[in-house]
Design a protein around this ligand. Structure first.
Ligand code: SAM
Length: 285
């Protein structure tokens, strides 16, 4: 695997209280889906969850897996808003697992587990993964030409865990274009190396190649402007809490996150980055 446990701790385990200050109330750390443009971040995040729930054709009786479940925001949506009776998640962050366990929702089971080596011994009716695929291949592995093979292994694993005919709803942040300016390139490299070490955003073409032969693409929806708006809301939330963040976690944490979120807003504005939601139907192999 690429993002190692230590890398994930850097990305997601600063402190749950830190992320709580600037994410939405349910702690989704991925693009929301703005449908009218007037919604709050909380509502847009719920809309994202609803889109992926519908893509995955989840019913209350579905056994659902969320690969890279973060703070359990999607799992929580499934059980509290859609009546799902059993929902599972895997994460590599100890802080995220602690947060999920503290909710004490009996319908949710989560594990501190590397998906790349997980063999649970049962299959799922539906699988969802929201922006975890960007932890599958590092910039160094991509330079060695291994990106598509690594993404294909992720899809092969999801396919093996899904019941025949089921759906894998996958949301992924994308790299679309490379900026020309030196400062912009440095800011993107900073985001990759310091905030998400070991991670790399895939190109849509790479994902489409890697999906074969395991899944058929039934629906595909991109949402670059939604991610621009989401990251801008996070950035505003961070800035509104500047004094508290500096005094609690130090100047470096504030400055790193300020630079990272500002870079994200610019990346979506300038078409360097985007986001995709895919409805992937299990295929016989
Ligand atoms: C950007 S966060 C997204 C979290 C969540 N899906 C959401 O929408 O808020 C990526 C998640 O992937 C998890 N992750 C990364 N690599 C993983 C791996 N190899 N196995 C399991 N989880 C992993 C991280 O721990 C984190 O929870």
């Amino acid at each position: 695997m690429t993002s190692k446990h230590e890398d994930i701790e850097v990305s997601y385990s600063v402190s749950n209280d830190f992320f709580k200050l600037w994410l939405d109330r349910n702690m989704h750390y991925t693009s929301a889906s703005y449908l009218t443009g007037d919604e709050s971040l909380d509502l847009a995040q719920e809309q994202k969850a609803a889109i992926l729930h519908d893509y995955a054709e989840i019913t209350p009786d579905s056994l659902v897996l969320d690969i890279g479940c973060g703070w359990g925001s999607f799992l929580d949506f499934l059980v509290s808003k859609r009546g799902v009776k059993e929902a599972h998640g895997v994460t590599l962050s100890t802080e995220q697992l602690r947060w999920i366990e503290d909710k004490q929702l009996p319908q949710i089971k989560a594990w501190l587990q590397d998906f790349n080596t997980w063999e649970p011994g049962w299959k799922y009716d539906a699988i969802v993964s929201i922006e975890m695929v960007d932890h599958i291949c590092s910039p160094a592995q991509a330079r060695e030409g291994r990106a598509v093979a690594l993404y294909r292994e992720y899809f092969r694993r999801a396919h093996a865990l899904l019941k025949p005919g089921g759906v894998f709803a996958c949301q992924a942040i994308l790299s679309d274009r490379v900026p020309r300016g030196r400062k912009d390139l440095e800011d993107l490299a900073f985001t990759a190396d310091i905030i998400f070490p070991g991670g790399r955003n895939p190109r849509l073409e790479e994902l489409i190649m890697a999906i074969r032969p395991y899944f058929e693409v039934e629906e595909l929806r991109t949402q670059r402007t939604s991610y621009r708006r989401t990251t801008n809301e996070w950035w505003e939330g961070l800035k509104a809490n500047e004094a508290l963040i500096r005094s609690t976690w130090g100047d470096q944490v504030y400055e790193d996150y300020d630079r990272y979120l500002g870079t994200c807003v610019k990346a979506f504005d300038h078409y360097w980055s985007s986001d995709v939601q895919l409805k992937l139907r299990w295929c016989p192999v």
